[in-house]
Ligand binder design. Structure first.
Ligand code: FAD
Length: 311
């Protein structure tokens, strides 16, 4: 029954303040609280501890401090400073030097120039320690601005930076061709946002077919692409294509989200595939959490059980 709930319903619920309050009260309270299945914790210390456990199993990590659009340049500056702090904590802790960020956290929807300055600050803090900075892709009103911002910093000379392309978007083939030509690393995903039919495929079969086509394009002409999916069919298609074309496992990596399909995560790593887990943390976890529920409404049952067992 829960599986019949449309993704759209979760977008609506994600904007509910009362639900956010309720979830925030119970979701991360104790080590076994329900939101901890998908979110490593509220502090960078908790994320680093989760990263250590993941690395012990032979997997790599990327750390993401959750938080979305800010409404002022002051908030954007605050988020940028926080990232600089996170970079030095990661360096101190000795876990993998790879972070994922969202440009709206750095002020993309407030002022583009400020956002570019903030991104440069993060890249300047990240570069000496050999970090890689992945710019997550947000919903389609930000696609152009995200790609242009990447191109701007690439033009300045930063090379430890890449972004994400969503197979749900009709435009993505052209974007991948542009990024392959630039030589920047791409993470391929299906796309987490509800998008209108003019810009995005509406059928899962179309999104999946596009994912496979774009993955081939990246394997053939991209720079160390990341194939980020929990879908065994996508993974099988990528492995088969790489085998048939003599593409070594070291030329690309698989990625999955923290807490999802841990069985597949370990089996791919055991087969010798470079594998990275996306480790989200922070107090602003509610919208991320709701996107994960929307992808698999059956998870709602597990959340409800968690809430009732804690009250
Ligand atoms: C490392 C990483 C980074 C990402 N970065 C971005 C980004 O920057 N921008 C963006 O728009 N999206 C991003 N996403 C999310 C992505 O777009 C999809 O929404 C998400 O990965 C679900 O799609 P799927 O490829 O797993 O396939 P689906 O067809 O949605 O799922 C395939 C199978 O995976 C399992 N599964 C999927 N989701 C869940 C879940 N929540 N709980 C339990 N099982 C699940 C189920 O078994 C399901 O049958 C990222 C995903 C990953 C893995």
């Amino acid at each position: 029954m829960l599986d019949a709930l449309p993704k759209a319903a979760f977008s609506v619920l994600a904007s509910s303040n009362s639900l956010k309050k309720l979830a925030s009260r119970y979701g991360m309270r104790k080590p076994g609280s329900f939101a901890r299945r998908f979110i490593a914790g509220e502090t960078v210390g908790e994320a680093i501890e989760a990263a250590r456990q993941i690395e012990k199993q032979g997997l790599m990590v990327t750390l993401d401090q959750l938080g979305e659009s800010v409404a002022s340049t002051e908030e954007a500056t605050k988020a940028t400073r926080a990232y600089a702090g996170i970079i030095s904590e990661i360096e101190g802790a000795g876990v993998g030097r790879n972070i994922s960020i969202k440009l709206t956290q750095l002020g993309l929807s407030v002022d583009r120039a400020t956002c570019i300055d903030n991104l440069r600050r993060i890249l300047d803090a990240a570069t000496p320690g050999g970090f890689f900075v992945r710019i997550d892709m947000e919903n389609s009103p930000f696609t152009d601005a995200t790609l242009d911002t990447l191109e701007t910093v690439w033009g300045i000379g930063y090379r430890n930076v890449g972004t994400v392309i969503q197979s749900a978007l009709r435009r993505s083939r052209a974007d991948i061709e542009r990024l392959n030509a630039m030589g920047s690393r791409v993470r391929l995903v299906k796309g987490a946002y509800r998008e209108p039919g003019e810009v995005a495929f509406q059928q899962k079969s179309e999104v999946d077919a596009a994912f496979i086509e774009l993955a081939y394009l990246l394997l053939k002409g991209g720079t160390y692409p990341a194939i980020a999916t929990h879908d065994p069919n996508m993974i099988a298609a990528v492995k088969k294509y790489a085998d048939q074309h003599g593409i070594d496992k070291s030329k690309y990596e698989f990625q999955m989200l923290y807490g999802i399909r841990r069985d597949l995560q370990s089996s791919l790593a055991a087969e010798g595939h470079p594998f990275r887990v996306y480790v989200p943390f922070g107090t602003e976890w509610f919208p991320y959490f709701m996107r994960r529920l929307g992808e698999r409404p059956a998870n709602v049952g597990f959340v409800l059980r968690g809430i009732f067992s804690e009250r």
